[in-house]
Write a protein that binds this ligand. Sequence first.
Ligand SMILES: [Zn+2]
Length: 62
Amino acid sequence: MPKVGCKDLGLECGFQAEGETAEQIAEKIIEHAVQMHGMPSTKESRERTISAVRQALQRKNK
Ligand SMILES: [Zn+2]
């Protein structure tokens, strides 16, 4: 199963989330980032995280 971590999103943090789709992975990272990194739980920051996860997955698939 693909994994994306905070490091892939530019954060100095060892947290990694796995899931079948970018949306599943992003949900886990968003939950973690809101609690641990003080990320706002807004629609905008959620959408930004989902697209960052998609990009990270594409980089990993190359
Ligand atoms: Zn983190």
